[in-house]
Design a protein. Structure first.
Lengths: 199, 273
């Protein structure tokens, strides 16, 4: 496996459905809970600077599915916390991997600057990204489209005041607005990422 | 559950967490919350978006900016998030100056380097132009002055060597010596062109390995192959201060839509200062 850890098992169709139902915890989310958990796990491994956070997230969920198959159910720990516990084990296993893929802390500063350089060199990608963003914005519901542009408009104090005004207009708290904007943005980022890969 | 308006989590702590500036114990606790707690995960996402936007709009204070550059931008995924934030800022009506690329590395320098590489095909050094009052540095066989940039393009450090470039051929079993990169101390950027025997993948990734420790010390984002004459190359740049006087190896991997692809080749070189 590319992430440098042993991939033991892949879930069967029924095991996967069992996993979806267990994550839903009694409420059918139509797969939304699974996608949200996968997203959180990817971000967890990414914050740990793992080379293949997607692979490690999938491996974690595979192990959860396997455990569910073996035991018939996991009832003593809430689903999200159980996923974290297994993710931690996957991360520790990854760290012990033969290639020591995690970059040591002392070189990370240089790595960050390299990132900036790459950004600058990717000027051509920028136009594609803008094009993709326009396409993805068009796919949003009109009300989400308006929220996402209004929420991120303006700078500093102006932006804060705009957000207050928007929350008042929508009849929700500022915190609820921030979470709503964040979810729209997550979808937008996913859409733009997929679009850019196609170009 | 919706947290109260004054938020259950301290945004400053969340920012420090995102920037890798908290203790391992605190980080582990927040790691758990980021996966297992719905409210925390939602708030963390919102704070992260605002942090990225502040970077894009140049609103970060210097200490936070440095951490953002060194810790947050260490991951290709997070760099992509920043790139999308730049696009979103543009579409949200941010002033154009606020969303220009994050560093002012003059494009003419890359263009000049490409020209020099095309003509010489080997090790080359190039310098930003000296200011008019300063005499030009003497040229050598491997060192060329880059033509003066157009007047409208600012040069951040006009008198310093800003970049070196090296073309690396695929490593052959029969090779008895490896290319050498002569790196002046003030150089900011090392540019590499990795030559390939064929271009079989839609994208590539490169990792720089220190053979002495077998540790990967730098990773690229996604790279595309380019054609230079009859040769396929993958170009990449990394900060010169990362490189110490020793041997290194680039490992190039082909990436497919289905995920990580195959090992394409390795490229060894030696750095001297």
């Amino acid at each position: 496996m590319s992430a440098g850890i042993q991939k033991h098992w892949s879930p069967t169709r029924s095991a996967f459905h069992h996993l979806l139902a267990w994550l839903d915890d009694g409420l059918d989310s139509g797969g939304a809970k699974y996608l949200e958990m996968r997203r959180r796990l990817v971000q967890y491994f990414d914050r740990k600077n793992c080379a293949c956070p997607d692979d490690l997230a999938d491996e974690t969920l595979n192990r959860v599915a396997r455990r569910l198959e073996e035991t018939g159910g996991i009832t003593d720990t809430p689903p999200a916390r159980y996923c974290y516990i297994l993710a931690k084990f996957v991360f520790l296993e990854y760290q012990r991997g033969p290639e020591q893929r995690q970059v040591s802390l002392h070189v990370q500063p240089e790595l960050g600057r390299a990132a900036e350089l790459e950004q600058n060199q990717a000027a051509a990608d920028r136009a594609n990204r803008l094009d993709c963003l326009d396409r993805c914005l068009k796919k949003l519901k009109p009300e989400d489209h308006a929220v996402i542009l209004e929420y991120y408009r303006g700078e500093q104090r102006v932006k804060i005041q705009r957000r207050r005004d928007l929350a008042t207009k929508l009849g929700i708290t500022l915190n609820a607005l921030s979470i709503r904007a964040c979810r729209i943005r997550d979808r937008l980022e996913e859409c733009v990422g997929a679009c850019c890969k196609k170009i | 559950m919706t947290p109260p308006e004054n938020y259950a989590y301290d945004d400053e702590l969340l920012i420090a967490y995102l920037l890798g500036a908290i203790s391992p114990d605190q980080a582990e606790r927040l790691d758990e919350l980021s996966v297992a707690d719905d409210d925390f995960a939602a708030r963390l996402g919102a704070v992260e978006n605002d942090l990225v936007d502040a970077y894009v709009r140049r609103e970060l204070p210097p200490d936070r900016l440095e951490l953002f550059r060194t810790a947050y931008l260490a991951s290709p995924k997070r760099r992509e998030k920043v790139a999308i934030a730049e696009a979103l800022a543009e579409r949200s009506g941010a002033p154009p100056a606020a969303v220009r690329p994050m560093i002012a590395f003059p494009k003419w320098a890359f263009a000049a380097a490409a020209c020099l590489l095309a003509s010489a095909g080997g090790l080359l050094l190039f310098r930003a132009p000296a200011p008019p009052s300063r005499p030009a540095a003497p040229q050598s066989l491997q060192t060329r002055e880059v033509p003066a940039p157009p007047p409208q393009v600012p040069s951040p450090t006009p008198a310093s060597p800003i970049a070196v470039a090296l073309v690396l051929p695929p490593q052959l079993r029969s090779a008895t010596s490896i290319p050498t990169l002569n790196l002046p101390s003030a150089t900011e950027t090392a540019q590499f062109d990795l030559e390939m025997e064929s271009d079989e993948f839609p994208a590539y990734r490169a990792a720089l390995r220190d053979p002495a420790t077998n540790q990967v010390v730098w990773r690229s984002g996604t790279l595309r192959a380019q054609t230079r004459g009859a040769t396929k190359i993958v170009s990449l740049g990394l900060p010169a201060p990362l490189l110490h006087p020793q041997n290194y190896t680039f490992e190039l991997t082909g990436v497919t839509e289905a995920g990580p692809g195959e090992f394409v080749g390795s490229y060894s070189f030696r750095v001297v200062r």
